[in-house]
Design a binder for this molecule. Structure first.
Ligand SMILES: [Zn+2]
Length: 406
């Protein structure tokens, strides 16, 4: 591997808490060597890249992503997985966690195998730039029957070790979702904890008490806040009176809990985004895309999940809709749009917004020793943005892509 030294100058370097204007980043091979004050003498430097005053941030990390560029990870082929990864790179994502939908055990196993194969291909000789797969998010099928959302309802089921043992045994699963009220949820959470996963509750109508039990078993995160989860009013029809606290109150009350928002401007209003940012803070709130295959595709009808039997939805180019037009069916936006929209909606400083899309997700999954911030020793996954936060270039493990593939 090349040990060439690249110097990145004239950029606004975004740290987790501050923007540094007067410094330069030294990259050696695939690693960030140091961030330092500019030096007059540049000995031992092979290449100098001027960033023209743009923001330089860590590469973005997406914990919840289904597809893009016409492909969905549930298509179950390495080719589809590579297409999704290539598509998301253009939006500033350098690390992602392919996310399962509900599906048959055979479809889930094929998806895991395809992601493994895509990882191996990407680590080989090929030079196509694309986001790296850091592990799979086992998301479907363990959803509550009344919170399946836009997923195929026939394939929702309760967790059984005889089934999920196979998925964990691949070594690919790093994030594991299960609705807390399902029978077997606690055993699933403990199993996932042994396999070093970020454990999350989603597509769930659980009560505060069920969340407490889940927390005891290792659950620490909730999928796409306010979407397909319990609320005080949803629990009134389940539990009657007195009215019950929900997943929402549990996440807000418990400092150790993190969550994520789909900040595309279509799923959640600006005031909900501001509320989540204010009350969870940038260290416990992640930005995710939840993107479908319709990302970077024309408006029209697509399948969510598997290309063979996934439910059909309609993309209007801004967001996905169920065919009856009454519910949303995941997003069609990349991480860059989530960052820009969160920035606009909350008025948060650039470092805070970027943290929610890089260091915070890295910390929650346990990969912050390798990625998530601009720090010496971490992988040189970097994004150059315009002053208005549009992606201009990406560096992937020390390789600079000034022109991103279309
Ligand atoms: Zn999703």
């Amino acid at each position: 591997m090349s040990r060439a030294v690249t110097l990145l100058t004239d950029g606004r370097v975004v740290y987790p808490d501050v923007v540094m204007d007067d410094c330069e980043v030294v990259v050696q091979g695939s690693t960030i060597l140091e961030v330092r004050r500019p030096r007059r003498r540049r000995t031992g430097v092979d290449q100098v890249i001027s960033l023209g005053g743009g923001f330089l941030t860590p590469g973005l990390i997406d914990l919840h992503v289904h597809g893009g560029g016409g492909a969905d990870f549930m298509d179950g082929t390495a080719e589809a997985a590579l297409t999704v990864c290539r598509t998301h790179l253009r939006h500033g994502t350098t690390t992602l966690f392919p996310t399962t939908t509900t599906g048959t055990p055979a479809q889930l196993s094929a998806m895991l195998a395809a992601c493994r194969e895509a990882q191996e291909l990407a680590a080989g000789e090929d030079t196509v730039p694309r986001a790296r797969i850091a592990g799979v998010h086992l998301y479907g099928p363990y959803f509550a029957p009344d919170k399946v959302g836009c997923h195929l309802p026939e394939q929702q089921r309760t967790p059984r070790v005889g089934e999920y043992r196979d998925y964990f045994s691949t070594g690919m699963v790093r994030i594991a979702t299960c609705a807390a009220e399902l029978p077997g949820a606690a055993a699933f959470y403990r199993y996932a904890k042994k396999h070093n996963c970020l454990i999350t509750c989603g597509h769930s109508n659980s009560t505060y008490a069920e969340m407490q039990a889940a927390f005891q078993a290792g659950m620490r995160h909730v999928d796409h806040f306010w979407c397909a989860m319990s609320s005080v009013s949803s629990l009134r029809s389940r539990c009657g009176v007195p009215m019950q606290a929900s997943m929402e109150q549990f996440v807000m009350m418990e400092p150790e809990m993190s969550t994520e928002v789909i900040a595309d401007g279509c799923h959640l209003s600006d005031d909900l985004l501001r509320f989540a940012w204010r009350f969870k803070g940038p260290e416990r709130l992640c930005l995710v895309t939840d993107a479908s295959r319709a990302l970077d595709q024309p408006a029209g009808e697509y399948r969510f999940g598997s290309a063979i039997d996934g439910p059909v939805f309609r993309s209007d180019g801004q967001v996905g809709w169920t065919l009856d037009g009454r519910g949303l069916a995941s997003s069609v936006a990349g991480m860059d749009r989530m960052v820009r929209n969160m920035w606009r909606a909350t008025g948060a400083a650039v470092p805070e917004v970027i943290r929610m899309a890089s260091l915070t997700p890295a910390e929650r999954v346990g990969i912050a020793d390798q990625v998530g911030s601009i720090e010496s020793g971490k992988r040189a996954d970097l994004v150059l943005w315009s002053p208005r936060l549009h992606v201009k270039s990406v560096m992937l493990a020390g390789r600079w892509f000034a022109r991103l593939p279309g």
